[in-house]
Design a protein around this ligand. Sequence first.
Ligand SMILES: [Fe+2]
Ligand SMILES: [Fe+2]
Length: 285
Amino acid sequence: MKALPSDLIATGRTPLYNNHSIPAGLGLSHRTRARTWARITVRSGRLRYRSLDTPREAIILTPHRPGVVPPEERHQVEPLGAVEFYLEFFQESAESASGPAAALLRRLREEHVNFRLLLDLLERQLDAFERAARPDYELMEDIVRYMREYPDRFHHPWEDLIFARLANADTAIEPIVADLKRQHATLARSGSDLLDSLRGAVAGVLLPRHALEQPGREYVARFRAHMEMEEQKLFPLLGTRLAPDDWNAVDTMMAARKDPLFGRQVAGRYERLYREIAASTARAG
Ligand SMILES: [Fe+2]
Ligand SMILES: [Fe+2]
């Protein structure tokens, strides 16, 4: 019997069945759906599991020996005397699969990696304040301008659209979706304020240290926490809860966007920032 892969997403479980409540269908030949795994846990007694695909296999499941049903395996189960058991279902994550949904999800994650690089760079400039040195305001302005220009205008609205579809499919996650949408608005507002201050600093306006350092650090922390929340709470659900139609709608919206920094062509206004990123990743590597 196969082992359950470790990167699956739990999607549900049945009640505890006994000899009187076993659904008749389980005794007949049936199969799990594509990309769906099942685990059979026997609480008491014994259950015979028969795989009807080649190679055919019959295994006795006990409280010490759970059963694992791979996707689309034709099988049947049969109680051997009094038995109690339940089934749990798991879905393969879309990221390990191919297709448009998997590609889009990978893209979302890659963009988070890019944003993290920029936040690290921004944080290093903020650290200059600690040494009473002058941060590179021009570089900081480039970073925050990019955040306003790309994540705020494309990545976040795009997520709002997918997450809203996710909330339609599963109302239990509505509060998380609403929270993330508010966070997008907050990030846009604080990014805009920070950019104004940085433009002033570049133009030579003298600002007290706390007027830049504190909002800068808050922005970095808020952005990082936001991405973490998305990655932990919603990204794992995207691959399994959305229908192809949902992804097509997002795909159309995505086709219209161009990333001026990490895209195919670096826009002239971001050339210096691009060089700084290349240098910092070379140092880190
Ligand atoms: Fe987001
Ligand atoms: Fe995101």
